[in-house]
Design a protein around this ligand. Structure first.
Ligand code: NBP
Length: 482
């Protein structure tokens, strides 16, 4: 009997996805570069299940039903290219190679073209949910060769998380790198959500000087309302977790954040597509700044600044903090979906934003009740120019504005950084401002570089140059709008 699907790469994600697919009734062939890991898996967690291991790539490939479906769960980057080369001699036309790792979408576009030239089909898919998601049901975001999708769909939709209405957290994203791009933006949004939560925690701990128990209770309460989400839930758990000496473990963890790169890619993409992604960018830079621990310790001793406790009404500012967090979260998702929109339009992906919000409701790290609101907004208006123009988000952000301002003012006065909340209000104020001082900026550009400007009393697209000093010539530069 041939196997339905083959999985290459038996680290934490691969192993758990294999067990997940086997539990849904699919027979799975497995391969890992280091064979001892395959043996350990077969005699351990895979024992007694419809899972067969292979030491040779050739045997692994030949054990699969046609067209062959091979899911790579490998370290992103060169290992994926190397493994594709090792697979190629054993594949036949029509076979389907799937990359389920966190690959860069540019690599995915390149790999799809490369494999399609050889008559093969390629899918680049985002898989989110970490170890537990992979085992119990992740959110799956496939894209690439559309003709391959019907062969993969039954396995992926069965393995993906299911939400309350029974729908699967897996949907076809689009051609080329669409799946990995959506996963990348998911991770960027995750960075933003995490930093926003950390800023709220910092505010409670340092400005309001709340005890670990009090902070824990706030996260528990937040998880029962509109902020309810996996990340708030785990934060509640983390803040209650005690070390062996009975003190909160979180207080003993070094404040230097790590990162694997998908946040940085998201920010790079925002720059490439020319869309503001300031909140998520601040979350990436926040991790960078945190990692300069020694420098910060030295600077904390050398640069004087105010860090003081809050003197106003604690109950009220705590209520503001919850509203501010929700408002800033809405702004972060607005920017994230703005990036998806820009990429989709420029690369012709035709992304379905409502589907994206729906498949993020379960399985993945950013899962939350709030995503239903985004799905509703884009279902009502697929061409929504900006999420904040949707009536629900408009009303909610307008309602949260005052809280967001009060919280940021309190943080600035206390000398405690809230870069993501601040980026949020600045974006909002920029967006809802019909006039920005770019008139002066255009004048400066024209002054030193003859870059020309448009005038408010003339039609758009008509360009003017002024000889500001009287000594310049008439030659102008090209007008750039991005
Ligand atoms: P890792 O990212 O740690 O990758 C380890 C796997 O890659 C092992 O099976 C290893 O084989 C294999 N590998 C390497 Br390294 N170089 C190879 C090569 N040249 N040829 C063949 N195989 C090679 O595993 P992971 O944490 O399970 O993640 C898998 C993918 O899923 C990654 O792209 C990751 O970014 C993504 N992802 C991870 C998570 C998570 O929470 N961990 C969540 C979502 C997505 P070996 O055993 O022989 O060394």
């Amino acid at each position: 009997m041939k196997h339905t699907i083959g999985v290459a790469g038996l680290a934490v994600m691969g192993e758990n996805l294999v067990l997940n697919m086997a539990s849904k009734g699919f027979s799975v062939a497995v391969y890992n570069r280091t064979y001892e890991k395959t043996e350990r898996f077969l005699s351990g967690r895979a024992e007694g299940k419809e899972i067969t291991g292979f030491q040779e790539i050739k045997d692994f490939v030949q054990s699969l039903e046609s067209p062959r479906k091979i899911l790579m769960m490998l370290k992103a980057g060169n290992p994926v290219d190397q493994f594709i080369e090792q697979l190629l001699p054993h594949l036949e036309k029509g076979d389907i190679v799937i990359d389920g790792g966190n690959s860069n979408y540019h690599d995915t576009i390149r790999r799809q073209n490369y494999l399609e030239e050889k008559g093969l089909r390629f899918i680049g898919t985002g898989v989110s949910g970490g170890e537990e998601g992979a085992l119990k049901g992740p959110s799956i975001m496939p894209g690439g060769s559309l003709e391959a999708w019907p062969f993969i769909e039954p396995v992926f939709t069965a393995a993906a998380a299911k939400v309350e209405d029974g729908s699967s957290c897996c949907a076809w994203m689009g051609p080329g790198g669409a799946g990995h791009f959506v996963k990348m933006v998911h991770n960027g949004i995750e960075y933003g959500d995490m930093q926003l939560i950390c800023e709220a925690y910092h505010f409670m701990k340092v400005i309001l000087q709340m005890s670990p128990d009090e902070i824990h209770s706030v996260f528990v309460r937040w998880n029962e309302g509109e902020l309810s989400s996996y990340l708030i839930e785990i934060t509640a758990d983390i803040t209650a977790y005690l070390d062996t000496d009975g003190n909160p473990l979180v207080d003993k963890i070094l404040d230097a954040a790590g990162q694997k790169g998908t946040g940085k890619w998201t920010v790079n993409a925002a720059l490439d597509f020319g869309v503001p992604l300031s909140l998520i960018s601040e979350s990436v830079f926040g991790r960078c700044l945190s990692s300069f621990k020694d420098l910060r310790v030295a600077a904390s001793e050398q640069i004087q600044g105010k860090v003081s406790a809050f003197e106003g009404n604690k109950e009220e500012i705590l209520k503001d903090l919850g509203s501010a967090l929700y408002g800033a979260k809405i702004i972060s998702y607005t920017q994230g979906f703005g990036l998806l929109q820009a990429a989709s339009e420029e690369l012709g992906w035709d992304l379905n934003y409502a589907d994206i919000a729906r498949i993020w409701r379960g399985g993945c790290i950013i899962r939350s009740v709030f995503l239903d609101r985004i799905a509703d907004a884009y279902t009502k208006d697929m061409k929504l120019a900006n999420m904040l123009l949707d009536p629900y988000f408009n009303t909610t952000v307008t309602g949260a504005q005052a809280s967001l301002r009060r919280v940021i003012v309190a943080a600035v006065m206390a000398g405690v950084p809230m870069p993501c909340h601040s980026a949020g209000i600045n974006y909002l104020d920029g967006l809802r401002t019909a006039y920005l001082p770019a008139n002066l900026l255009q004048a400066q550009r024209d002054y030193f570089g003859a870059h020309m400007y448009e005038r408010i009393d003339k039609a758009r697209g008509e360009w003017f140059h002024t000889n500001w000093t009287g000594t310049g010539g008439d030659t102008t530069s090209t007008a750039y709008s991005k």
